[in-house]
Design a protein around this ligand. Structure first.
Ligand SMILES: [Zn+2]
Length: 95
């Protein structure tokens, strides 16, 4: 029976790794704001904020300091680590 094959267990490990990969929370950027230190922060659709410059591979780039560049970045997806850990939505008190 294939169910008792050791190969299945290798397969399970592989599947679990792949599931973990798929569980990376991709959230769309819905806006931007500057924090109190004048760093650009992306606002994600899940209600979390994420510093763009502190999150490789999204190092700071010219696009983030121009309105046009930010407009183009809207709708792009960032992996939200706060969703990964189940953090509550960030308060956006800078509006
Ligand atoms: Zn999130």
């Amino acid at each position: 029976m294939w169910l008792s094959s050791p190969r299945l267990y290798y397969g399970s490990d592989w599947t679990r790794g792949r599931l973990t990969f798929c569980w990376n929370m991709k959230k769309r950027i819905v806006g931007f704001h500057l924090d109190e230190e004048q760093h650009w922060v992306a606002e994600l659709e899940c209600g979390h904020n994420q510093h763009v410059r502190h999150n490789p591979p999204w190092t700071i780039r010219p696009w983030v300091i121009t309105e046009e560049g930010r407009d183009r970045a809207l709708g792009h997806e960032l992996n939200c680590k706060k969703c990964d850990v189940g953090a509550p939505p960030d308060q956006s008190d800078l509006h």
